[in-house]
Ligand binder design. Structure first.
Ligand code: AMP
Length: 224
């Protein structure tokens, strides 16, 4: 299965992609995570990407496309993958189609998590992430233990530098201008699935599963 998640930053893409990754035993590939790792290792790519990320801007297409091209060719991605945060522009989507075509593969479905702007601002500005294990908390909806440390590993919890309100608002504008057009792009390919992302993590998970089952069943019956 080859899946893409799209939606505002903070719409729950990473959380739902992680659930499906475990269930289907296929990797969740997040360009944001790959870039943050490069930033923390201070590689030349990381130092370049940081300039854009701190401002809430998109890193240039050719940089992220190069990362994805390498990542999709790794062994663990051969039986499927879940993309979280890529593609984010029409140019990235076209390049992804071209790459997959070359490998004789294609996207199974694109899941768009629909969440209102107000809720996104609430979610992101109150998001805290463990520096050690990456566990994500929300001070209101999913608070960390009272001692303010990670409940999984005891690590320090921090606010991502791009989760400050001003940057969040800018990231949302960038989404509207550059990423939202992907809904039309994948809608025209008949691959778009809209999911109400404002519900609880479990309800969103179940709704996604229900839609994916429908797709898998119709694939089975059409191949019989
Ligand atoms: P995310 O964790 O997905 O919200 O990504 C954090 C930041 O990394 C974004 O605000 C961008 O600066 C950069 N980034 C992640 N994925 C992409 C992408 N596909 N294209 C361009 N920039 C990206």
């Amino acid at each position: 299965m080859e899946l893409i998640f799209i939606g505002y930053p903070g719409s729950g893409k990473g959380t739902q992609a992680a659930i499906l990754s475990e269930k289907y035993d296929i990797p969740k590939i997040s360009t944001g995570d790959i870039l943050r790792e490069a930033v923390s290792r201070r590689t030349p790519l990381g130092l370049e990407a940081k300039k854009y990320m701190d401002k809430g801007e998109l890193v240039p297409d050719e940089v992220v496309i190069g990362l994805i091209e390498d990542r999709l060719q790794q062994e663990d991605a051969q039986k499927g993958f879940i993309l979280d945060g890529f593609p984010r522009t029409i140019a990235q989507a076209q390049e992804l189609d071209r790459l997959l075509h070359k490998f004789k593969r294609s996207i199974s479905a694109v899941i768009s998590l629909e969440v209102s702007k107000k809720r996104i601002i609430d979610r992101l500005t109150k998001r805290r992430v463990c520096v050690q294990c990456g566990r994500v908390y929300n001070l209101i909806y999913d608070p960390p233990p009272e001692d303010g440390r990670c409940g999984v590993c005891g690590g320090d919890l921090i606010q991502r530098s791009d989760d400050r309100e001003e940057t969040v608002r800018h990231r949302m504008e960038v989404y509207e201008e550059q990423t939202r057009p992907l809904k039309e792009y994948y809608g025209a390919q008949g691959k778009l699935i809209l999911i109400d992302g404002s519900l609880s993590i479990e309800k969103v998970r179940d709704e996604i599963q229900r839609k994916l089952n429908e797709i898998m069943n119709s694939d089975d019956s059409s191949s019989q």
